[in-house]
Design a protein around this ligand. Structure first.
Ligand code: ADP
Ligand code: 5GP
Length: 246
């Protein structure tokens, strides 16, 4: 049985890593591709767990040797997915999850149109700002310019949502985790006829509601909050911190 390739993208701070780590606790048989990056480790991150950390010279050497399935420069650092990750997962028939940015996702989708792509959104810019700030505080390194950089990229990244098969709005964590799990189980059911037990109907409904064409009503307030639905582009993003968030 061939594994399924899942791609997950989101503006930084939306909660993608949190969702993926919850998914891994609840669903077996999904391997997580550990990317290579030239960015410095954050907080408690460890080499070989969240990322393989390297320098630009080594990354460029690997890139030139064709070791990456895709690579991109994000926030001034290189990130890349090793071909090896995909080969390993294929060998053992596991699903593989790639946590990559919108540029990397476009490259993988072009090469592997059968991949299942999922875009995670924060409910609004204020919540995103609060989450980014809380994460920086927890890691003991609030870097205002880095924070601002990640926030200002968010709406540009969100504009790519139409290229993704599924959309998750990560507002209430438990609900978003259940939706992500439902997408994985539903795709296994459709592609591999894998049984999904007594919850099957509910799981299929939850996953279907997250399909991009079925998400328009749910997305409208999110897109408005990020100024994306305003055709004049005049709307100002509101990054004021909301004291009662989170
Ligand atoms: P990403 O991987 O998308 O950059 P993270 O998973 O690191 O984001 O999450 C950013 C911050 O937001 C973390 O501090 C995380 O604990 C928090 N967070 C994630 N999802 C939620 C949620 N649904 N509600 C509240 N806080 C969340
Ligand atoms: P962070 O520095 O917050 O961990 O990640 C920043 C961005 O880089 C996120 O959007 C994340 O998905 C993306 N990213 C992580 N690994 C890869 C990768 O291997 N390839 C690409 N293209 N993007 C990646």
């Amino acid at each position: 049985m061939a594994g399924i390739l899942f791609i997950i993208s989101a503006p930084s701070g939306s909660g993608k890593s949190t969702l993926v780590s919850e998914l891994r606790k609840q669903v077996s048989g999904v391997d997580f591709s550990i990317s290579w990056t030239t960015r410095a480790p954050r907080g408690s991150e460890e080499h070989g767990r969240e990322y393989y950390f390297t320098n630009r010279e080594e990354f460029e050497r690997m890139r030139d040797a064709g070791m990456f399935l895709e690579h991109a420069e994000v926030f001034g650092n290189y990130y890349g997915t090793a071909r090896h990750s995909l080969e390993e997962a294929r060998k053992i028939g596991h699903d593989l999850l790639l946590d990559i940015d919108v540029q990397g996702a476009a490259k993988v989708r072009a090469a592997m149109p059968e991949a299942v792509s999922i875009f995670v959104m924060p409910p609004n810019p204020k919540v995103l700002r609060t989450r980014l700030r809380n994460r920086s505080r927890a890691e003991g390194q609030v870097n205002e310019s880095e924070l601002y950089r990640r926030l200002s990229e968010a709406s540009k990244e969100i504009e790519n949502y139409r290229d993704y098969g599924y959309i998750l709005v990560n507002d209430i964590l438990d609900r978003a985790v259940a939706q992500l799990e439902a997408i994985v189980l539903a795709e296994r059911y459709y592609r591999n006829s894998e049984p999904i037990a007594y919850r099957s109907r509910r799981v299929l409904e939850v996953a279907a509601a997250c399909r991009q064409p079925n998400s328009q009503e749910r997305l409208k307030p999110v897109l408005e909050a990020f100024g994306i639905l305003n055709p004049s582009g005049q709307q100002q993003l509101n990054f004021e911190e909301d004291s009662d968030d989170d």
